[in-house]
Design a protein around this ligand. Structure first.
Ligand SMILES: Cc1ncc(C[n+]2csc(CCOP(=O)(O)OP(=O)(O)O)c2C)c(N)n1
Length: 379
């Protein structure tokens, strides 16, 4: 294992003094360390944006790198191919490998990207190396040397990082949590009021919490596809205008694809209630800060065309907001500052349900069309 300090120092020693990224727990150590020194790390809302920020710094003469999870490679591909590769911008990327080496040992949402991350990069003709847990500093240095050669040759290199390669560091807890709500109590309050509503729960801890508190067929646990819960909710709401649809989002996830607010505003689904549990951090990857403290999400929703928008600081306010949203035309936005979770988390829904069964029972429970994969005899 390479300590987080060594990881950062080795890069700094080689002149890499600017980083951006979206957290993966595999990079929790370096992100926490870099975040302590202003100007060294930009927490981006999505991986494509992280690459573009680093590209901008590189254009301005800084040696830059990005850190991301392989689930975010899709977000990165467009600026990678049309910006970094096209303009030959020297950038180094570290990509954690979830769903690898054995996809069966990780969560199902990583099963496709695990084995295809490296082939993907090969297809793009990009130099890449895998760092394994047994690899120490010497191998890291060797790979960085080869990566720098690739940079000089105008080809963006990728270092693929397995679990347990880089050490951790204590993350600094965000301040001011004492006055915030317990997210479990918030979720319980919402499920009590919305007994019959389809609920789309975001990736991160939100879906786990909902699953632990009240598992129902009308719950869709969105593991993976970070940032898309509200868009899924929009699709459900438009297809089922007679049902009140609730989206339970995280702040990191909502910020990742903030453009969805505008799609929702333009579509005006009167039956959509968008709730953001805003704990200020990417709780499930190790409490790295999101940018929610400087973005008033309810005001973004207002500007995007939501019919109502609120920030709820007490359970009474949550009850009022959800109660009135259930009885009036939306789209509604409800931002709820919550404390990062403590104590043991309930298991993920996929610990006992397959993704297909989550989909199948959800579609059946909300009165959707017959499951296409079970329809036979169609021509
Ligand atoms: C595209 C993509 N990038 C990164 C990740 C890794 N990841 C999983 S959960 C998560 C944090 C989500 O943060 P938030 O929405 O605030 O929810 P919380 O963890 O606080 O419950 C991240 C970064 C991912 N799953 N997908």
């Amino acid at each position: 294992m390479i300590s987080a300090e060594r990881f950062c120092d080795e890069l700094q020693r080689r002149g890499f003094d600017f980083a951006s990224g979206v957290p993966c727990s595999f990079f929790g150590g370096p992100i926490a360390l870099l975040g302590r020194e202003p100007g060294r790390y930009v927490p981006a809302t999505n991986e494509g944006s992280a690459l573009a920020v680093a590209a901008g710094a590189a254009l301005a003469g800084r040696s830059s790198y990005v850190m991301l999870q392989n689930s975010g490679l899709g977000n990165l591909i467009n600026p990678l191919t049309s910006l970094v590769m096209t303009y030959r911008i020297p950038l180094l990327s570290f990509v954690s490998l979830r769903g690898w080496p054995d996809p069966a040992e990780d969560e199902p949402q990583h099963a496709v990207m695990g084995p295809t991350t490296q082939p993907y990069l090969r297809l793009l003709g990009l130099p890449n190396w895998i760092l394994r847990p047994g690899d120490g500093l010497e191998q890291f240095r060797k790979i960085l040397g080869a990566a720098q050669d690739a940079l000089r040759a105008g080809r963006p290199p990728f270092v693929l990082v397995e679990k347990g390669v880089v050490g951790t560091t204590e993350a600094q807890p965000p301040e001011g949590n004492d006055t915030k709500l317990d997210s479990g109590e918030v979720v319980r309050t919402i499920t009590k009021l919305a007994t019959d509503s389809p609920i789309i729960a975001s990736t991160g801890y939100t879906g786990r919490e909902l699953f632990g508190i009240e598992d129902r067929p009308t719950n869709f646990y969105m593991q993976g596809s970070m940032g898309h819960a509200s868009s899924i909710g929009l699709g459900v709401a438009l297809a089922k205008p007679d049902r009140k649809v609730i989206v339970l989002d995280g702040d990191g996830a909502a910020l990742m694809h903030l453009g969805a607010f505008s799609t929702i505003g333009s579509q005006q689904p009167s039956n959509l209630i968008h709730v953001v549990l805003d704990n200020g951090v990417h709780d499930s990857t190790g409490s790295q800060p999101t940018t929610s403290s400087t973005t008033r999400l309810e005001e973004v929703a207002a500007a995007a065309g939501y019919q109502t928008w609120r920030r709820c600081r007490t359970l009474t306010e949550v009850r009022d907001a959800i109660g009135s949203a259930l009885g009036s035309p939306g789209p509604h936005m409800c931002v709820i500052p919550t404390r990062p979770r403590t104590g043991p988390m309930p298991p993920r829904a996929t610990s006992s349900l397959t993704p297909e069964s989550i989909r199948g029972r959800f579609t059946a429970a909300i009165g959707g069309a017959p499951d296409a994969t079970t329809v036979s005899g169609a021509s």
